[in-house]
Design a protein around this ligand. Structure first.
Ligand code: CA
Length: 230
């Protein structure tokens, strides 16, 4: 797959003509190639025929369910998926993320939001350079040495806090559901206890954020989970 922005194609799966036109125009203005599908069936065909670099996926489609399509796709592909959902589909949004979608936008959304999400998803994930140091403000996380420093001062993280931080770094810029984080950090048996997570994210904010009451890196996505911003 090429990394040239002009060559990458984005598959837009949306049955509402107005939204599809808006998304297409926005992407074309950024010089992406755009492929379109209005149903689950035509999306399946386009995924195989086009090998797109990203799929933008509406959840409510005339012949089926976007969540199901994400689950199917994840059996054979790590293609980034950005979900579009209406406010009335809040629960579906979380289900789509848990099924393997990478991020979401709630309708109505603007040009800048859409472009920012697309760019974040097509950026190479920080996780690929697993031994590199990561800077978040004045805090440096050195994953090779397993140290977290603010200037010359080492910050002491418990093993769980450190694992949680690594999970956030690996998915920087993307939303993570409570369930995804709990599974990744505590294991498959701990998918539902969001209170756990709140406590540990609180600890991390205390240690890493300049102002823990107004976090700039460990952001809450209300009703969904968290987003880590470098
Ligand atoms: Ca729809």
């Amino acid at each position: 797959m090429t990394e040239q922005a002009t060559a990458a194609s984005i598959l837009v799966v949306e049955d509402e003509p107005e939204i599809r036109r808006f998304v297409r125009a926005t992407l074309l203005a950024e010089r992406w190639r755009v492929r379109e599908a209005g149903s689950v069936e035509s999306a399946r065909e386009a995924l195989v025929a086009e090998s797109p670099a990203l799929m933008i996926l509406d959840l409510g489609l005339p012949d089926g369910d976007g969540i199901q399509l994400v689950a199917e796709l994840r059996a054979w592909s790590a293609l980034p998926v950005l979900v579009l959902s209406a406010r009335s589909e809040e629960a579906d949004k979380v289900a789509a993320l848990d099924a393997g979608a990478d991020d979401y936008l709630t309708k109505p959304f603007g040009v800048r939001e859409l472009n920012a999400r697309v760019r974040a998803l097509l950026r190479r994930p920080v996780a690929t350079e697993a031994d590199s140091a990561v800077c978040m403000g004045d805090v440096v996380v050195d994953r090779a040495r397993r140290t977290v420093m603010r200037g010359d001062v080492p910050l002491h993280l418990t093993p769980i806090e450190y694992r949680l931080l690594l999970a956030f770094i690996a998915h920087a810029g993307r939303v993570l559901t409570h369930r995804q984080l709990l599974r990744e950090v505590w294991g498959p048996g701990h998918g539902t206890d969001a209170q756990y997570l709140r406590v540990y994210v609180g600890h991390l904010r205390q240690k890493l954020e300049r102002d823990p009451t107004r976090p700039r890196h460990l952001l809450t996505e209300t009703g969904i989970g968290y987003r880590f911003q470098l």
